[in-house]
Design a protein around this ligand. Sequence first.
Ligand SMILES: C[S@@+](CC[C@H](N)C(=O)[O-])C[C@H]1O[C@@H](n2cnc3c(N)ncnc32)[C@H](O)[C@@H]1O
Length: 232
Amino acid sequence: MESTPRRRLNLTRTLPNPSRYAMSLEGELSHVAFSEERAPANKGLWRSEVFKVADEMPVDLEIGTGNGYHFSHRSLTVPERCIVGLELKYKPLIQGIRRAVKGGAKNAAICRFHAFNIDELFTEGEVNDVYIHFPDPWTSPKKPKNRIVNRNLLATLHRLQRPGSTLEFKTDSREMFLWALEEIAASPYKVLHQTLNLHASEYAAGNFVTFFESLFLRDGIEINYIKLRREG
Ligand SMILES: C[S@@+](CC[C@H](N)C(=O)[O-])C[C@H]1O[C@@H](n2cnc3c(N)ncnc32)[C@H](O)[C@@H]1O
């Protein structure tokens, strides 16, 4: 299978005018907020070195946390699991981890990291459940290669996840969702359930409304949702 090409990022270290958010990555939050250069040192060590928990402790992953409403909510309400967030933009990244830390969370860490480079961050079986909520849809004709839920990234995530874990994907973009369903069909994942209208479905009851989701709901947009299982 073709692997996803590595994506280059501008380095935090060499930003010409680093914002106070970018500075926080190397300052007061540096033990839980990692730049693209420091984050890979945690590979294989998330439980033992970053969270200092037993190997059995689940470590979940959220890709594209945005301002981290779901990320901080999970860390604060589910202390029996850890969570690692990936985000590209400094301001929402810092807002998310700050909210978790201020609430007393010891189980949350965040990385400025491109999702396509995920295998630089985790070893096989190091990740439990994965959340991908409202990734940028990249609907212009030449852009599907930028979509996060693609068969190459799915194959990578499947390898990194522990058997029995789940992957939850929500999007407002029907076009991208239908495209992603074909990618999912070509992946090793088992579909547990799916719907084209999450909030009119039985799955709405257990759903956490993310920041972007609240905006789409306000505009009456139906939310596409699928939950996958990484079989043993
Ligand atoms: C539309 S927002 C959704 C944020 C949040 N999940 C929510 O539902 O409110 C998508 C987020 O994904 C981030 N993102 C986009 N591409 C990414 C990538 N390749 N790796 C990590 N984060 C990415 C963006 O910076 C943006 O904050």
